[in-house]
Design a protein around this ligand. Structure first.
Ligand SMILES: Nc1ncnc2c1ncn2[C@@H]1O[C@H](COP(=O)(O)OP(=O)(O)OP(=O)(O)O)[C@@H](O)[C@H]1O
Ligand SMILES: [Mg+2]
Length: 295
């Protein structure tokens, strides 16, 4: 059996082999997946989107940043031996707390460490930041799956990221809560660009209708652009996959939702966020902004 260190070595050298990425720091892009209302499909989106980018040869690290809930573990039927808590109390390095999930996708479970993260001393925060920087430099994308809503913690993640992907469903409550999230971020003068994912739609037209509603009010009242990145169909196979604790993309690669997420990921790679300048602030920028808001 491969030991954890060996698995991590192959993880960072990637599916195409070679160890160039270990020595060449990458400009990783930090993405936060958020929603106003809970239960709209953030964790399923994060996991299946990450798996799709991973299968397209990108180096992706998923960070389960939902305080209190082990979403990513539950969706994969895995149980993390280590989480952020083990890093923060220095028993483990960041490489040791990275778990390899379905298809070898690396992820970090926030677990009980998430709560601690917001009350660390400066010294411990610096340690955390340098550990995260260490691993993120080997990644193309670090994707944070957050809990729902407008908590201080979520907003700090969103505000520090290079981009925020907002998940909504066509339900009116989900739409108004998504808008409320953007509005609060805007009122705090965060400049993180947003893009929208409409989940559980009947068809593309419904996704466009929902996106137009949010984009319309955001542009009118906040002068903010929130383009639609893509949509995922309402698909009974997603529910079955959740019950089986398998990512739908792997359990049912040809189901509607899997095809949608594939299209969405390809579009993601082809179309950068509107306000992206070309130079990402990456993990350094993320940590700088993130740490600033802890004091
Ligand atoms: N495209 C879809 N088609 C059908 N059902 C879906 C779809 N996406 C999500 N669901 C259902 O919604 C449930 C909640 O999804 P998920 O856990 O990803 O939401 P979440 O936004 O992460 O929730 P929380 O806010 O609690 O973290 C899933 O268990 C599944 O039953
Ligand atoms: Mg979730």
């Amino acid at each position: 059996m491969k030991d954890q260190a060996a698995s991590l070595r192959s993880m960072v050298s990637g599916p195409e082999g070679g160890n160039e990425s270990r020595t060449t720091p990458r400009s990783s892009k930090i993405i936060t997946v958020a929603s106003g209302k809970g239960g709209v499909g953030k964790s399923n989106f994060t996991l299946n989107f990450a798996l799709t980018l991973h299968s397209l040869g990108k180096k992706v690290l998923v960070f389960d940043a939902d305080i209190g809930m082990a979403n990513i573990d539950v969706l994969m039927g895995t149980r993390s031996s280590y989480n952020l808590y083990h890093l923060l109390y220095r028993h483990k390095t960041i490489r040791e707390i990275i778990q390899l999930g379905a298809d070898g996708l690396p992820y970090i479970a926030g677990g009980s460490g998430m709560k601690e993260l917001f009350s660390l001393s400066d010294r411990d925060l610096e340690f955390f930041a340098s550990e995260v920087e260490d691993i993120a430099q080997e990644m193309d994308y670090v994707i944070f799956d957050t809990g729902a809503g407008l908590s201080k913690e979520n907003m700090r993640f969103i505000g520090a990221a290079d981009e925020c992907l907002i998940v909504t469903t066509p339900e009116p409550t989900s739409i108004t809560d998504a808008y409320a999230l953007v509005k609060v971020m805007h009122s705090q003068e965060h400049s993180t660009p947003f893009r929208m994912i409409v989940n559980r739609v009947e068809d593309e037209r419904e996704a466009e209708r929902v996106a137009d509603k949010i984009a319309g009010v955001a542009s009118r009242f906040l002068q903010t652009d929130i383009p639609l990145l893509g949509y995922i169909s309402e698909d009974a196979q997603v529910i079955t996959a959740v019950k089986k604790q398998m990512p739908y993309r792997l359990a049912y690669p040809n189901c509607k939702a899997s095809k949608d997420i594939q299209r969405l990921a390809l579009r993601y790679l082809a179309v950068p966020a509107a306000s992206e300048s070309g130079t990402l602030s990456g993990i350094r920028g993320f940590m700088k902004k993130w740490l600033k808001r802890t004091t």
